[in-house]
Design a protein around this ligand. Structure first.
Ligand code: MG
Length: 219
């Protein structure tokens, strides 16, 4: 049906590399620069930003800055459902005037999503199931012999081999299997910079965007 499939850039706030101190994405300027870098390197014209880390007012500033920096591109925002319904409505209404945008899981549950959609003229998307067997299989397959699939002009060419068109790299699978045994599961909802913190919904204990203390990562 298609020769290539368009992808969205997937941008996160990031702690700096514990070895080099590089790669931090925390400030508004760093977020814009990170999005610009992904756009330059891979040709993306749609940018998804994983949010829900800092207070919604700060993340609204981030959203507006990225939208202003790339006015012709599409922008998606996903706070992982940690906002209250009121916060989701406030954020949604604040971005109503911006083109080509949608919110992913701004609030937890169908009723909160419905209420948000009623009050804000912003399309909503949902993908609350973050870890499942389908994604696990996709992750395993992404260790495709030959390395990750390459982006070209914001798209990935559909493989032309038999079946899924990918070949499992057994050495990579063994390497990451051993890494899993050593480090355990991916702490998706934990913040190494805030030990003891756990997500609650709606969240009211935001990370501090001005906190520059180094984060202790297992290495
Ligand atoms: Mg999501």
């Amino acid at each position: 049906m298609r020769d290539s499939v368009r992808f969205a850039a997937y941008s996160f706030f990031r702690c700096p590399n514990p070895r080099t101190g590089e790669g931090e994405v925390r400030t508004i300027e760093q977020v814009v620069a990170h999005v610009a870098d992904l756009k330059r390197r891979f040709g993306f014209t749609t940018h998804k930003i994983k949010a829900g880390v800092f207070h919604p007012d700060y993340e609204l500033e981030v959203y507006r800055a990225v939208a202003a920096a790339f006015p012709a591109d599409s922008l998606r925002f996903d706070p992982n459902a940690v906002w209250s319904t009121e916060q989701a409505i406030r954020f949604g209404q604040a971005i109503e005037g911006l083109r080509k945008r949608y919110l992913e899981d701004p609030v937890y549950g169908l009723n909160g999503m419905r209420r948000t959609r009623e009050m804000a003229r912003v399309p909503l998307a949902t993908n609350t199931v973050v870890v499942n067997f389908e994604q696990l299989a996709a992750n395993v397959l992404s260790t495709v012999a030959g390395g990750p699939m390459r982006y070209e002009n914001g798209a990935i060419r559909v493989p032309d081999g038999p079946g899924l068109g990918v070949k499992l790299d057994r050495d990579k699978l063994r390497e990451y299997s051993e890494l899993y045994r050593r480090l355990g599961g991916y702490p998706y909802d934990q913040d190494p910079g805030r030990p003891g913190w756990a997500p609650i919904i709606p969240n009211d204990r935001w990370a501090d965007p001005h906190d520059t203390r180094p984060v202790p990562f297992p290495v």
